[in-house]
Design a binder for this molecule. Sequence first.
Ligand code: NDP
Length: 430
Amino acid sequence: MSAQRGARVAIVESRYLGGTCVNVGCVPKKLFVYGSHVGEDLEDAAGYGWNVPLDQVSFDWPTLVANKNTEIERLNGIYGRLLENAGVTIIEGTATLADANSVVVGEQSYTTGHITIATGSWPVIPDIPGKESILTSNEMFYLPQLPRQAVVWGGGYIAVEFAGILAGLGVETTLLYRGELFLRGFDDDVREFTANEMRRKGVDVRFGTTIEAVESDGTYYDVTLNDGSHLTTGLVMAATGRRALVEGLGLEALGVKLSRSGHVEVDDHFQTSVPSITALGDVIGTPQLTPVALAQAMVLSRRLFGDGQGEMDYNCIPTAVFCQPNIGTVGLTEAEAKEAGHQVSIYRSEFRPMKNTLSGRQDRCLMKLVVDKESDKVLGAHMVGPDAGEITQGLAVAMKAGATKAQFDSTLGIHPTSAEEFVTMREPVT
Ligand code: NDP
């Protein structure tokens, strides 16, 4: 965008174009989620009259990984061409900031008016004995073989998504979370409903449980839990958060301030404590979501090389967790709304999606609206169920526009869909 606005731009990349999202995040994850759903579709086929002999069905993990790799390489190529067509110089290597206006890559030094740090984040594994044998999402995307059993450690987005992928592909999966209920920050009904559904799908979800130590011979893992008991498994994956990737950039020497959590500190316009240096994306500690980083980049580019205007709006960020079933959410949770002083009405519906009737599948769906009693505004919309991400995107537009519950009610449903439930919930539960 900046190059198209006429700026001379170079990008320094040490790994892969497209960053975490394209290479070891959102994109390959979603491909794995699709892959892991196929097993259920095959099981459901019988109810719809298809004769799929399940004892003859098999799954080949290396094929999924290879096909995923081909797709990611295609996307890397597209990103490269997008940059080249816009006139951006791509420099392969690792950058260090030599002073407020120069970047060194290998032997070469580049001088520039503006430097933007968009180095992202990296998985963190808690410091326990045996941590070197623990995998992270980075390695999971290139795992040569699937184990028979796996332990996923953590209770955030990545943990629940990978637990769903592994279980869907037939791996006996245990999810360990240190707190009382995983997915902190999501609506409590969503958290409980998701835990129950994951358990019903066969994931061994354990709360109040964490890992103290791990011993591995490369094939088996002996996991010591906080209550002193042991688990034997074929793989341990940590999804215990991500830290800002700033090592080696030389920020401290330049006086670029970091926050206590290790993120680069910026003002509302992505300006760091050094005037010529800006930063955005995961490295500044705002929600670690691709669309957030993209929106920040659009604002920054416009401010630096466009009309100088533009503000980032962090209200009503919709998000989906591609666990199984999916979670889609936008706006305030019930607890957040009450904490902010709202008197709220809660609308909630639980049902078995139509597709599951003939298949006999017992999976259920949850929908919930949090409504401000005084203004009738919908403050939060939450869903757990198939296609929650797809459905929530449309709701986010309505909520951004300030939709009221009366407007939801006057919107006609699309029949028969699960989504229509969002406009037909008439009676509040509280
Ligand atoms: P999260 O911050 O979402 O979750 C980290 C989890 O690890 C929490 O449950 C946390 O527990 C737990 N944890 C942290 N430290 C420890 C520890 N020392 N011992 C035991 N447990 C610990 O991080 P993720 O790694 O899951 O994902 C990083 C970010 O990437 C997400 O927050 C999200 O923004 C983004 N992401 C988005 C996706 C999407 O849009 N679908 C998909 C995947 C990632 P506690 O809650 O108690 O602190």
